[in-house]
Design a binder for this molecule. Structure first.
Ligand code: FO1
Length: 316
């Protein structure tokens, strides 16, 4: 069975760990968001790709959900001693090795997809990890700060400001000119079905779908999504701040309606949101409710199994 998953960061990575356990014989391709990519100190950081790679490769910091386990921050401390920033973006010493190698290979002319393949040779994530594009796409957030409108890189809004300053606009800069990375459209076309894990619908899945060609390719497939919103709140992260920015209510129903029944075929919601099962806004969608908190690999595997079963049930 071939499954293609559009992935953001932590929620997607934990779901994928469950999917790998639930469908050990499946051929899983992950299309990772690169709109979060960031270049502190001139290093190319790909947070969502690294979170998937480290989580599935066994090197993730479990409590953070990003960055490496057993980290130290000597390099960041030394940079701070020079007054060099940004100090707010927590780069660990081991994590920096990934960014040095990625930056070196990119500077040598390798596309991000080839660099990602090379990094995965070490981590063996057990899935094919593709960046959504080899072209630069950067999520920018427009905020009102110090009495004037400012355009911030997503990471500054997300990490330094904790998304606490309302976003007036969120834009995937460069998406319109970006091309799907090699293998991305084939991975969607050849899949038995596509899954949307509980990732941020705006800055993760939304940004991947903004790369021309990807939304159309996904639209043609059977798609099952897992709600990232439970009981009116994001399970983690600040997807509510992103949804508000685009005028979408923070609810399991509103997110499914935002994706639309043209894109989604099935939608898993938590038992707290079982009213979504018969919601008129979701007519045409197969909505099922079940516990959605991924408190362990085992519970993530149960959720992933339910998503696979729903996809097989609704498959055109
Ligand atoms: N998230 C934070 O909340 N604080 C950090 O200092 C931070 C550093 C960081 C470094 C490398 C990396 O790959 C991810 C990092 N993240 C941090 C997470 C990152 O902002 C998010 O994972 C994604 O960009 C959104 O999913």
């Amino acid at each position: 069975m071939r499954i293609t998953v559009l992935a953001g960061g932590v929620g997607a990575a934990r779901f994928l760990r469950g999917l790998r356990a639930a469908a050990p014989d499946a051929d899983i391709t992950v299309i990772g968001n690169t709109g979060d990519d960031f270049a502190p100190f001139g290093l190319h950081v790909s947070p969502d790709l690294d979170t998937v790679m480290y989580t599935l490769g066994g090197g993730i910091s479990e409590e953070q959900g990003w960055g490496r386990d057993g980290e130290s921050h000597a390099v960041l401390g030394e940079l701070a001693a020079y007054g060099a920033g940004p100090g707010w973006f927590g780069l660990g010493d081991k994590d920096i090795a990934t960014h040095i190698l990625r930056t070196q290979l990119l500077a040598a002319g390798q596309p991000l997809s080839a660099v990602t393949r090379r990094l995965c040779e070490r981590w063996q994530p057990g899935v094919t990890l593709l960046p959504m594009s080899d072209d630069p796409v950067r999520t920018h957030v427009t905020v009102e700060l110090d009495g004037r409108e400012q355009d911030l890189h997503f990471q500054e809004w997300w990490v330094r400001l904790h998304a606490a300053v309302p976003a007036r606009r969120i834009e995937a800069v460069g998406a319109a000119r970006a091309r799907p990375a090699p293998g991305v459209l084939a991975a969607i076309g050849d899949a038995d079905f596509v899954l949307f894990p509980p990732s941020n619908p705006v800055v993760s899945i939304g940004v991947i779908l903004a790369v021309p060609g990807i939304a159309d390719a996904v639209q043609a497939k059977t798609v099952v999504g897992v709600s990232p919103i439970i009981g009116g709140a994001p399970v983690r992260g600040m997807a509510d701040a992103c949804l508000t920015a685009i005028g979408v209510e923070t609810s399991a129903i509103a997110v499914a309606a935002h994706y639309g029944s043209g894109l989604l075929d099935g939608w898993l919601v938590d038992d707290q949101d079982k009213d979504a099962v018969d919601a008129p806004e979701l007519a045409g969608l197969a909505v099922r409710s079940r516990p959605l908190y991924m408190t362990s690999v085992a519970t993530a595997a149960e959720i992933a199994r339910a998503a696979v079963e729903l996809a097989l049930e609704v498959r055109r």
